[in-house]
Design a protein around this ligand. Structure first.
Ligand SMILES: [Zn+2]
Length: 759
């Protein structure tokens, strides 16, 4: 018998796959297809980590499973390559991000191949490839043409260390997600995508998605739709009136004070000489907090502005306060406080000793014009970074923006010597003085004018908002995606990730709806089924991190002799796919031994099958098939382990070995391919037949001197044969021990399925 040598077997099959490209998707419109993808990785210098392996293996198991079932499978791969790490490295070392990115991609590809993923490598994409970002720029221009990409001045999160604007999602507890430094608010002119235009549809279609409930809930909360009324309150001093937004206009009789957000536009007009200093200090402090922090604030804070408003319903004079629990972006940035009805207002009133008045409700019909408001803001896309997709815009001498004509795309990223942003916050693109100038036809003056290019680049989420469509025709240089190819392959059937529950998954839905409206997509939701997998933590349950020194490198596991099949199978066996799990080195050894036993069975002398093994075979096929359909990958592997245990008892039945190898192939493709090469001419997914699933066995309880000592399973046909039942029972290891003193007599009751042995 040959020894199980995974490294040898895996090398052999990877060479075969490299040569024959068996995972190349076939364009075969009309035939049943499955398209699957993981959230494409950022190729960091550290290479693949065990979390990638879990994520990619889930997709791979589903891809191979469907291919074995005869479906036409597309499993492409790509890299999300723009971003700060490569740029920060460039700033530190002077190495061009283009160069570092290429090295990292080459390493990722090599490692992914070493894991035996069934990827169609002819469809590899990379967001920083000019042939790719040319079309990202094209997408931007389509949104721009329809007014959905626009500029506005607004307060933005600003990281003074990274010298860049941050999106809300990139601010964690008032700190920069990258460097951990405290962020500031800065007023700047920025580009936005008008995602709010699609807020209703984005919200209303969530319930129809085959997505995990927790993701659906997060998206609903993020969009945060509420219906209410806008009511004007006159200001006693004669300052401009204050328009409040309330979801409960019927409680207006109980409104005993107004609260405006610290960013409220007309705040200055409400201040008096006595209050100005205090209010402005409060505002400055509030602007340093994140919105999340402000909403979670346990202790309410605020200051009186010095002004009073008139309640239009009661004509009462009520004080106007400023407090950070009111958010500028929500509604109008001003609320009427009804402490008798609202918990937060009540808490605020108690703390600052403001009146709490219980009153009747007013007729809701009094406010005919109900208004809908959303928590979701428009998507800020300007980044003051070098290593991003340049925004295809140039400014004329008066500062008006003009789109770069589509036939001049891509706007290439220029080479620079120094990647540091300048201290006005402009990206290093501003240092490429030749690149900065461009001649564009200016319609307003009817001639070509030298203009200045935009130096902001696009948020990386823009690059990943359409990549799934590029997979359908990755080398098309006439369009972002081929209509014909996309009609066949997409929407994506299975999409798997462990991050970006709100941002990426909301943005890609938004673009899908926009491009469907423009006639470029034949569907309005890009992803049919979403799998959201858990993280893999260190053996102590803590997050793996370089600084803690508890990182498990998947390539080490492979090269230690376990091989890729063990790693893949272990990561599917580690626990329910959607939950976090802790790495367990002993369990890796257990999975290795299981695969070793599969291998050994192939060299055993074949025996013929029995009714009992046929039942086990069909049960296992059913269990593994249904488990994969339900994403219960861990119990599918467990069922295969039980199957192997059973085969060790009954012997190597050729038919069972073929079934075992076929069921094993999605998890351990190299070993299974090697087994099938010896055993079978195909890898077609086996089918179970219900007729074999009925239980033909009986479980017998064995008592010794009236005490339960063991249970055995026998063929039901043996129930009538007491002598045989006793013989099987006495062969049981546990019973052997208890019957050592010598057997006096045996009493078998077939109906009750109890055998009593008296010693
Ligand atoms: Zn930072």
């Amino acid at each position: 018998m040959e020894r199980y040598e995974p490294l040898k077997i895996e090398q052999k099959w990877q060479q075969i796959w490299e040569k024959t490209s068996p995972f190349k998707a076939k364009e075969a419109p009309g035939t049943p297809k499955v398209m699957l993808a993981e959230m494409f990785p950022y190729p960091s210098g550290a290479g693949l980590h065990v979390g990638h392996v879990r994520n990619f293996t889930i997709v791979d198991v589903l891809a191979r499973f469907h291919a074995q079932q005869g479906l036409n499978v597309l499993r492409p791969f790509g890299y999300d390559t723009f971003g700060l790490p490569a740029e920060n490295y460039a700033i530190k070392t002077g190495t061009a991000p283009q160069k570092v990115t290429k090295i990292n991609i080459d390493n990722f590809r090599k490692q992914a191949k070493r894991l035996g993923f069934a990827i169609d490598w002819s469809r590899e994409i990379n967001t920083s490839d000019p042939e790719y970002y040319r079309w990202t720029q094209w997408c931007f221009l389509q949104l721009y043409k329809k007014g959905l990409a626009y500029q506005k001045e607004s307060y933005q999160w600003w990281c003074p260390v990274d010298q860049t604007v941050l999106a809300n999602e990139q601010v964690e507890n008032g700190k920069c997600w990258r460097c951990g430094h405290e962020v500031e608010k800065k007023k700047m002119k920025q580009w936005f995508f008008k995602i709010t235009e699609y807020a209703d549809e984005l919200l209303d279609e969530i319930d129809h998605l085959e997505w995990p409930d927790k993701i659906k809930t997060m998206q609903k909360n993020w969009i945060g739709r509420s219906v209410g009324a806008e009511i004007d309150f006159a200001v006693e001093s004669g300052a401009p009136h204050i328009t409040v937004f309330t979801t409960r206009p019927d409680t207006i009789y109980g409104a005993t004070f107004l609260v405006v957000a610290p960013e409220y536009g007309q705040l200055e007009s409400l201040l008096t000489d006595d209050t100005r200093e205090k209010v402005l200090a409060y505002k400055a402090a509030a602007l340093k907090k994140s919105e999340i922090e402000r909403q979670e604030n346990k202790e309410k804070t605020g200051v009186f502005t010095g002004s009073y408003a008139i309640n239009p319903a009661t004509k009462a004079k009520i004080p106007i306060w400023v407090a950070d629990y009111v958010l500028a972006g929500y509604g109008t940035g001003a609320i009427m406080a009804v402490p008798a009805m609202d918990d937060r207002d009540h808490e605020f009133a108690e703390k600052f000793d403001l009146p709490i008045v219980e009153t009747e409700l007013c007729d809701r019909d009094k406010f005919g014009t109900l208004k809908t408001t959303y928590r979701m803001r428009d998507w800020l896309i300007s980044r003051q970074r070098y290593w991003g997709c340049p925004i295809p815009i140039a400014y004329d001498s008066e500062g008006n923006p003009h789109p770069i004509p589509e036939d001049q795309l891509p706007v290439l990223i220029p080479e620079v010597d120094d990647y540091q942003p300048d201290n006005t916050g402009r990206s290093a693109l501003a240092k490429a003085t030749d690149w900065l100038k461009v001649n564009i036809y200016n319609e307003a003056i009817g001639q070509v004018e030298e203009m200045t290019r935009e130096t902001d680049t696009l948020d990386g989420y823009a690059c990943s908002s359409w990549y799934l469509w590029r997979y359908a025709s990755p080398h098309d240089n006439t369009a972002a995606w081929s209509q014909e190819a996309i009609k066949y392959w997409e929407p994506v059937d299975y999409y798997c990730g462990a991050d970006h529950a709100v941002a990426h998954l909301l943005y890609i839905r938004f673009w899908c709806k926009f491009f469907a409206d423009e006639g470029y997509l034949p569907f309005r939701e890009p992803i049919k089924r979403l799998l959201y997998n858990g993280y893999i933590n260190a053996p102590d349950g803590k997050k793996m991190s370089k600084s803690k020194g508890n990182v498990i490198d998947p390539l080490d596991v492979i090269n230690d002799g376990y091989g890729a099949d063990t790693l893949r199978t272990y990561e599917m066996f580690i626990g329910p796919y959607d939950q976090d799990a802790a790495w367990d080195t002993r369990s890796v050894g257990g999975v290795y031994r299981f695969l070793n036993r599969c291998w050994t069975l192939c060299f055993a002398t074949p025996v013929s099958d029995t009714d009992h093994t046929v039942t086990t075979r069909h049960r296992t096929i059913k269990k593994v098939t249904e488990d994969i359909h339900r994403y219960n990958f861990n119990t599918a592997v467990a069922a295969l382990m039980e199957y192997v245990n059973e085969l060790y008892k009954v012997g190597a039945i050729t038919e069972d070995l073929i079934v075992l190898a076929k069921l094993l192939k999605p998890f351990a493709p190299h070993l299974a391919s090697e087994m099938l090469e010896k055993l079978s001419s195909d890898d077609e997914w086996p089918k179970w037949e219900d007729q074999y699933l009925t239980s033909d066995t009986a479980e017998i309880i064995i008592q010794v001197n009236g005490k339960l000592r063991s249970k055995i399973t026998i063929d039901a046909s043996n129930l009538a044969d007491e002598e045989k039942v006793v013989a099987i029972a006495l062969a049981d290891d546990k019973i052997k021990k208890y019957t050592e003193p010598g057997i006096k007599k045996t009493i078998f009751v077939p109906k009750a399925k109890i055998l009593n042995i008296v010693v």
